[in-house]
Design a protein around this ligand. Structure first.
Ligand code: BGC
Length: 959
């Protein structure tokens, strides 16, 4: 009896425990990030920010508090001692961008951290630890000198159009008394460096460091080289290339800003087991030569490598450098040395060529099958002195040879001189090309595709989005965008990678950056670019069209510099990163004041520079249309954009707790709107200006149209598109940024879909139809004058990628402005009518301002509203947000609609299930209205609206 009793007692206990487990969801903390990076090294900011994902197989997980520990050693962290910061339990739902608030962080500190949370469904254990290290925070931390040699060597051509400069090679040897327990190396090499130690390449970065205005800021990189160091003799060896420091063009109309001869700074800090320290620095004891194998390097023109001039053993101990020159201490570049947060460029993918042809004797054309950015590696066997030339281009001529006219004066050629070894492998170091085809001449023997590989290089970043539909045109456009966007990430978003330009043109990336953020984790890159823009601002407030300002283009318009404000808003919405707004708010305001003071006449912004750049011209050979009816009035562009900037700044002022500023922006906006309508709105016809799509669309999307006229104005957008342009796009770079969303928000998603799937001129599908594997600069890129005709420009994507994710898939960070109060199907959430016309901004509390105006940030609140358009059978999309994975897979079948959704932990979503009647809807096989964590809110148009918490859901409508 007793035994029986005790057994059943145990069983009862087990059942109780089991039941308790079932109630307590398993909460896991994963993906710990400091400044959005896993285990970053050499961070430069005083208060790094932390983010983590909360995972559970339970639904509806909301964080209620967190406890974060930061320790100076792993042992302390493991003992739960946060000697640097013990946040204690903080009641807060913040799980992204939580700022460090502990002891002052010193240069070089190693920091280990972990976090645990409580949620509405129970708490987590401590997360696995993560770590970061601090960089050198103060100028006084640097004991190294800038070294180089400020003169030209033989073969160098320094003061002409196409400059030629041999790489500089620098080396030093030093003794380590013991094998250190820790060795950290800080360095910068301008324009570009490659670092070697004891014969090994350090790091996998290429074309480092990230480009800046070197007179203002120079970025350094940090490496943990503990494993590379040996007791006794060690060697540090550095090769320096030109990059953007030694200008590609010093004279001529495409000359690029010149900073000087290449130079470097390096500091290696060793800590031995007994705690003793040794520092090795760059100084005049180093040796330098330019008589190495890289005879010339130039980002536009390519690299010349003479293998007969290799210096075997130069990067290991014992090399005879007696003929080298002593390195000279040279003038510092002038900019503040700062830790680099955005990742360096590296080889992100390797592809194989798909074909090789021989259009002429001795000339071979390699086809990579894809317009790519980077370089090729080549295997070759021949005699010493044989020279192989590789020339790169995006397209071919009819005779199968390269078409190079659109590369303008860029030579885009690598030259390799063989040394006569068994097999030689060539790959360049200090150049890159935008190409699909490679012309090979001088190759000893017959080259085959197996002798080459394509190295795809761009800024290291996570691919955050996956997107696929049942429509092949859309899929190919997406793929082209993917290749185009990543190929143009080069520490700054460039316009193009192939001709003699490759600049960070602001206008190209305004709304584009938002679309890109779904595909790539571009937070740190764009935050860095906003710094570049701020650094390029002139004293008087003017912001240039190109940043960093390697070209000095201060044309004073609203549409290009406006990217400064638009992208800061994007970083806040997409990543919850408010730092750029706080950091640059004053610059933004100063720019607006400058523009107002200089160019505002009667509340109309008169100044513009580029118009609606690259709208489709009327005839095939034109770059810019000659037909005035296609051009949108400069003052319409200037004033609508000025108004939009006021709107965003009003939001920023709210976020930054500056109600007076917010009120002032709102008041000015009212004046601008009235003046704009007075001047450009024809009430009788409900048309703006000369009735271009862009004029009507911007007025509508920015909320400038007088109440009651919205539908009529929108009808003009539709009529123009359908009747005059036969269902095709008629806008350029400016209008296209709001076109797809504007059409969809106003009820014509079908027309947007038509634009997205067209295969004839002008359309993205037309590019695909004509063999494009990236996105063209011009709608008529196959026929227009090559003078300005890149085949890898992403500016014409406009808001297409945003539309793919937010409207086709229906994954969107919930917009602000009383979304929940005010949402209707046709409500213009793009303009989010702001607080104007309701309460005076200055009368609102900050919380009201933040919640109503800014909306959600970083996908804390998600709106999932797919558009299952006619012709589209399924969309499969996922996006790895700062909070975790968001998934939307929908599929039509048997007249019904099936939708798989994932909402990450600590987020919630408003989901719009396309259904005429909510009773048709089930979730995981149950009536949706009674499913767990699913709350029916309302019917809205063709959608049933539900609120859901985190977790996986499976909605089904109909059969
Ligand atoms: C660039 C564009 C840029 C434009 C502005 C072009 O040469 O390639 O991307 O926005 O100039 O005029």
């Amino acid at each position: 009896m007793r035994i029986r009793f005790s057994l059943s007692g145990a069983s009862i206990l087990m059942i109780v425990v089991f039941a308790a487990c079932r109630q307590q969801a398993a909460i896991d903390i994963t993906s710990l990030r400091c400044e959005q990076l896993t285990d970053p090294q050499g961070i430069g900011c005083a208060a790094p920010r932390f983010s983590w994902d909360i995972c559970s197989n339970e639904r509806g997980i909301r964080q209620t508090s967190f406890h974060l520990l930061v320790a100076s050693s792993l042992e302390q962290l493991n003992a739960d001692e946060g000697d640097l910061w013990d946040s204690q339990v903080i009641k807060s739902n913040a799980s992204t961008n939580v700022p460090y608030d502990g002891k002052k962080l010193e240069s070089r500190s190693a920091c280990f951290w972990k976090v645990k949370v409580t949620t509405n469904r129970g708490g987590s254990q401590w997360s696995q630890p993560a770590s970061w290290s601090m960089g050198l925070l103060h100028p006084a931390d640097w004991h190294a000198q800038w070294i180089g040699l400020d003169k030209s060597f033989r073969d160098d051509v320094v003061e002409q159009g196409n400059t030629r400069l041999a790489a500089r090679y620098l080396r030093t040897e030093f003794d380590a008394l013991q094998k250190p327990v820790k060795a950290t190396l800080y360095m910068s090499g301008l324009g570009l460096y490659k670092l070697f130690m004891n014969g090994k390449t350090i790091g996998d970065q290429e074309l480092a460091p990230t480009p800046t205005d070197y007179a203002k800021v120079v970025k350094y990189n940090t490496f943990d080289v503990t494993d590379e160091l040996v007791q006794g003799k060690n060697v540090l060896a550095v090769a320096l290339g030109n990059g953007r420091y030694f200008s590609m063009r010093q004279t001529g109309d495409r000359s690029v800003r010149h900073f000087g001869f290449p130079k470097m700074i390096l500091q290696l800090e060793l800590i031995d087991a007994d705690g003793s320290r040794q520092t090795v620095v760059s100084d005049d004891s180093w040796k330098v030569t330019a008589d190495g194998p890289i005879r010339a390097n130039n980002e536009f023109d390519g690299e010349e490598y003479d293998a007969t001039m290799e210096m075997p053993g130069w990067d290991v101990a014992g090399f005879d450098d007696s003929k080298w020159l002593p390195a000279e201490p040279v003038q510092a570049p002038g900019g503040i040395l700062e830790a680099q947060l955005n990742r360096n460029i590296k080889v992100m993918e390797t592809i194989r060529p798909v074909n090789i042809t021989q259009p002429k004797p001795g000339m071979y054309i390699l086809d990579m099958g894809q317009n790519m950015v980077g370089w090729v590696t080549m295997k070759v066997k021949g005699k010493a002195g044989d020279k192989v030339k590789l020339r790169f281009a995006e397209t071919l001529q009819n005779d199968g040879t390269l078409f190079v006219a659109n590369l303008l004066a860029a030579l885009v050629t690598d030259l390799y001189t063989l040394k006569g070894a068994e097999t030689e492998l060539f790959e360049p170091s200090f150049t890159y090309h935008g190409f699909r085809f490679v012309e090979i001449t001088g190759y000893p023997g017959t080259p085959s595709v197996n002798d080459f590989e394509g190295k795809v290089l761009y800024d290291e970043m996570e691919v955050t989005g996956q997107f696929e539909t049942s429509n092949n045109t859309i899929n190919q456009i997406y793929r082209n965008a993917y290749w185009g966007i990543r190929g143009n990430y080069r520490g700054m978003p460039t316009d193009c990678p192939q001709r003699d330009e490759r600049m960070g043109w602001l206008g190209d990336r305004a709304v584009g950056s938002h679309g890109e953020s779904f595909i790539f984790g571009n937070n740190n890159l764009y935050a860095k670019w906003l710094d570049d823009i701020a650094q390029a601002q002139r004293e008087d407030g003017s912001i240039p069209d190109v940043a960093p300002n390697y070209w000095s283009v201060y044309s004073d318009n609203m549409t290009w510099p406006g990217a400064f404000i638009i992208i800061a808003n994007m970083l806040y919405e997409q990543y919850g990163n408010s730092e750029p707004i706080a950091k640059h708010y004053d610059s933004m305001k100063r720019w607006m004041t400058y523009m107002r003071t200089k160019y505002m006449k009667d509340n109309i912004m008169t100044k513009d520079r580029y118009g609606d750049w690259c709208m489709p011209p009327e005839s095939p050979e034109l770059i810019i249309s000659k037909d005035p009816a296609r051009h949108t009035d400069a003052a319409v562009l200037g004033t609508t954009f000025y108004y939009r900037m006021l709107f965003l700044l009003e939001r920023f002022a709210g976020l930054l707790n500056k109600p007076d500023d917010a009120g002032a922006f709102a008041a000015e906006a009212l004046l601008v709107k009235n003046a704009f309508n007075e001047k450009f709105f024809h009430k009788e016809t409900a048309q703006y200006s000369n009735n271009t799509v862009t004029a009507n669309l911007l007025s509508l999307c920015f909320g400038m149209v007088p109440a009651g006229y919205e539908e009529k104005v929108f009808q003009h957008v539709v009529d123009k598109t359908e009747k005059e342009f036969d269902g095709h796009v008629s806008t350029g770079l400016v209008g296209i940024q709001w076109l797809m969303r504007g059409l969809t928000e106003h009820g014509r998603a079908d027309l947007a879909y038509r634009l997205a799937t067209n295969r004839d001129y002008p359309s993205w599908g037309y590019m695909v139809e004509n063999g494009a594997t990236t996105i063209w600069e011009l709608w008529n890129g196959d026929t227009a004058d090559p003078a300005m005709n890149s085949h890898n420009h992403v500016m014409l994507l406009g808001d297409l990628i945003v539309w793919f994710y937010e409207y086709l898939a229906g994954i969107r960070n919930a917009p602000g402005n009383g979304y929940d109060k005010n949402q209707t199907a046709g409500n213009d959430v793009l303009s989010r009518p702001s607080l104007r016309g309701t309460k005076q901004s200055s009368a609102l509390t900050i919380t009201e301002l933040q919640n109503n105006v800014m909306g959600s940030s970083g996908f804390e609140k998600i709106v999932m509203r797919p558009h299952p358009l006619e012709g589209l059978d399924y969309v499969k999309a996922s996006y790895r947000s700062v909070r975790g994975l968001i998934k939307s897979h929908w599929q039509k079948h048997d007249g019904g609609f099936h939708w798989e959704i994932t909402v990450p932990g600590n987020a919630a979503a408003t989901v719009y299930v396309p259904a005429a009647d909510r009773r048709q809807i089930t979730e995981s096989g149950q009536k949706a209205s009674s499913a767990r964590n699913v709350k029916f809110i309302k019917m809205e148009g063709d959608y049933a609206v539900f609120e859901i918490g985190s977790g996986n859901y499976s909605f089904h409508v109909g059969n």
